[in-house]
Design a protein around this ligand. Structure first.
Ligand SMILES: Nc1ncnc2c1ncn2[C@@H]1O[C@H](COP(=O)(O)OP(=O)(O)OP(=O)(O)O)[C@@H](O)[C@H]1O
Length: 306
């Protein structure tokens, strides 16, 4: 058995000459919740499509639960759950009939879990799918995905458009699902850092179809710091200092977000003329934001090499 839930090497996907995945090499160990973040168009959904065998890669290698993504058998698909942001389900079917169909299809189907998850949402068994609200469809989709007892659950922006209560119910169900099935793996993408901070064991940052960073969210935040400096007159060119991700002047103070810099960074700011400097940690939202903003301006690889 492969140790990796997902394993890609030099994976490329091109849409009409526009690269969506650019030599992506990524290894996600089995177990836990892995969160993908990246700017719009970074390639998150494209990666999921290749992994699920919906889209053939132009080149490179992609394996899911140790199997080649180009040849996924029905038996293997039964071990993988997928929920997408549109929560596409057959609109004409009644909830009860769809559930019965799924129950017959999946040998590991778990009624208790299905009821537990769907209990957070106000869904009647006799309702047609097309009558459900977006949040209710999301809940139904997750309840079905978790009830399948998948070894790997892939979620593409599953909480998009959900209200705070539905979002919390969704995340709780996801956490509970991974706790109940020891060794189960959840891979999901989201733009909502509060969510990731709460549930993710591993953070993967994609940028322009490449993997730019991977670690636990806490480790990532520990490597990023905000320095606030007061310069007496004109702000000097601090962007050229090593590790700088983002510079903003707010109320006459210069805010500098840096990656992998120790206290000597404060000494550098002082050498540039700052008469006071102060360092503080950043939450995941601002840390990821600065990292991605920097990547928009120049490839992050340059920074990491700096
Ligand atoms: N069907 C398609 N035809 C042409 N180009 C596409 C298609 N799907 C995606 N792309 C392009 O591939 C790139 C990656 O898109 P993808 O949807 O994977 O990004 P994403 O990271 O999921 O973005 P978002 O956060 O906005 O959902 C983008 O530049 C996008 O324009």
């Amino acid at each position: 058995m492969s140790d990796y839930a997902i394993d890609t090497e030099d994976l490329c996907l091109v849409y009409k000459r526009k690269p969506a995945l650019d030599h992506l090499t990524l290894r996600l160990p089995r177990g836990g919740i892995h969160a993908f973040v990246g700017a719009n168009g970074a390639g998150k959904s494209s990666l999921f499509r290749v992994l699920l065998g919906f889209e053939p890669a132009a080149s490179g290698r992609a394996r899911i639960l140790g199997h080649d993504c180009r040849r996924l058998t029905p038996a293997l698909r039964e071990r993988i759950g997928f929920v997408n942001e549109e929560h596409t389900l057959p609109a004409w079917m009644r909830v009860r009939d769809l559930t019965d169909m799924q129950r017959r299809q999946y040998p590991r189907w778990n009624d208790a879990r299905y009821d537990d998850v769907l209990g957070h949402f106000n869904v009647e068994p006799g309702q047609r799918i097309g009558e459900l609200s977006r949040g209710e469809r999301a809940g139904l989709n997750l309840a079905m995905a978790l009830a399948q007892g998948p070894e790997l659950l892939i979620l593409d922006e599953p909480t998009l458009g959900l209200d705070v209560v539905a979002k919390r119910a969704f995340l709780d169900a996801m956490l509970q699902g991974t706790l109940d099935d020891a060794g189960a793996t959840v891979v999901y993408c989201s733009h909502q850092m509060d969510e990731i901070e709460r549930v993710a064991d591993n953070l993967v940052i994609l940028e322009r179809g490449r993997m730019r960073y991977m670690s636990g969210p806490d480790d990532f935040c520990e490597r990023i710091r905000l320095w606030i400096a007061a310069f007496p007159a004109k702000v000097p060119e601090v962007r050229q200092l090593p590790g700088v991700l983002q510079v903003q002047v707010i109320d006459d103070l210069t805010h500098v977000v840096v990656f992998d810099q120790d206290d000597s960074f404060g000494a550098r700011l002082k050498l540039l003329g700052a008469h006071s400097v102060q360092a503080m940690p950043l939450g995941l939202d601002r840390a990821v934001n600065a990292f991605l903003a920097h990547g928009h301006a120049r490839p992050v690889a340059n920074l990491l090499a700096a």
